[in-house]
Design a binder for this molecule. Structure first.
Ligand code: M6R
Length: 360
């Protein structure tokens, strides 16, 4: 049932090229540079939208954070993202599209927050992997991620499916609001279609990533840093490391390191830097090196600057920075997986956790 893999998590990590193909299937309209998705909104409602508010927990919340960077660019729409269990005071005004993200569609915190938010009378949309799950009964429309069942407690392929669903949603909103031109839509969608092959190329780096995991498996803390669209991926990388390897891990916006956490960087502290989105992170990587920290960089193929700062570079195929978020994610998943395996953790059923959290 694990298809020859020692754990469901590793199987599900390797299913990601296929999962992305499924999330995209039949939804791309190449000619118009547009996306086919039923959002439960008419053209006028989309054009008069003022903002998007997102509710989710855990890994799904990290997917929501990525939309906060993407939707303003593609659709000119500001995005608020709230951890569902903290949703108390957000007053949703007319013109808001409420988006709830939940792999299982059964997370109590998300369902309760969604019900409360709906009393403001706004339209709502769910992004979920489970057909007919409770969340789909509460909302006006659902985007399914179609990743197939995920058994491992740590979300992997469903997170990537959520990112791709959000990319599609951002492009759809942008095209419907005339914020994106057809050729801009075509460019984004053309690149998005390449993702399955690019993910496969990252999976092929598994031996190198396993060696890195081995080298730092005795670490007592890990840092993950990223800027812009890669900041949510830093949070997600740290969550994976905590969740399955039980190593304390902090995800930080790279520029924040110098505002406190740098005090924790000592000789040999591993700092994973996602370096595929802009040049500014190089100076943060240098700050780490100067304190004796070890930088593990995920950088684009041929990135000479990253290679000058550190010997430990995992090269990722070139793509648009926004889609490199998916490639960095796959690298971080493998790093956490191999670390947990080396440490002998119960990877598919980490201690104290359940796949679906149905209590508030
Ligand atoms: O099913 P959901 O997406 O609503 O679950 C939300 C979180 O419980 C979930 O993402 C959790 O953080 C995962 N174990 C992370 O790997």
């Amino acid at each position: 049932e694990r298809g020859g893999y020692p754990h469901f998590m590793l199987k599900e990590i390797h299913e990601q090229p296929r999962a992305v193909q499924e999330t995209l299937a039949g939804r791309i309209s190449e000619m118009e540079g547009d996306v086919r998705l039923d959002l439960g909104l008419n053209q006028w409602e989309i054009q008069t939208l003022q903002r998007v508010s997102i509710l989710a927990c855990g890994t799904s919340y990290h997917a929501g954070l990525l939309a906060r960077y993407f939707f303003p660019r593609t659709a000119g729409l500001p995005v608020d993202v709230e951890v569902a269990s903290e949703f108390q005071h957000m007053q949703l005004r007319p013109g808001t599209l409420l988006v709830a993200i939940s792999q299982s569609g059964e997370t109590a915190d998300t369902l309760m927050a969604l019900k409360k938010a709906k009393t403001c009378g706004v339209k709502s949309l769910a992004i979920t992997n489970v057909v007919g799950s409770s969340i789909t009964e509460i909302v006006d429309a659902t985007i399914y991620t179609r990743c197939g069942p995920e058994i491992g407690v740590a979300a992997t392929k469903t997170f990537v499916g959520q990112l791709v669903a959000l990319f599609l949603l951002g492009i759809r909103l942008g095209r419907a609001r005339n914020h994106l031109l057809p050729e801009q839509g075509r460019r984004l969608l053309g690149e998005l279609s390449r993702l399955p092959g690019l993910i496969q190329a990252v999976l092929e780096r598994r031996d190198q990533i396993r060696e890195i995991a081995q080298r730092f498996s005795g670490a007592d803390i890990y840092f993950f840093i990223g800027r812009d669209i890669l900041y949510p991926i830093a949070l997600e990388g740290a969550l994976k490391m905590k969740e399955i390897a039980y190593i304390p891990a902090e995800g930080y916006p790279a520029g924040e390191l110098k505002h406190g956490p740098l005090a924790l960087i000592t000789e040999g502290t591993p700092v994973v830097a996602f370096a595929t989105c802009g040049e500014k992170i190089y100076s943060n990587m240098k700050e780490v090196r100067a304190r004796g920290g070890e930088v593990i960089a995920f950088a684009a193929e041929g990135d000479r600057e990253a290679a000058e700062i550190t010997d430990t570079v995992v090269e990722l195929p070139n793509t648009l920075p926004v889609f490199s978020a998916v490639l960095c994610t796959v690298g971080a998943q493998l790093l956490a997986y191999y670390t947990a395996q080396i440490l002998g953790r119960d990877i598919d059923k980490p201690r104290n956790l359940a796949k679906s959290v149905t209590v508030e």
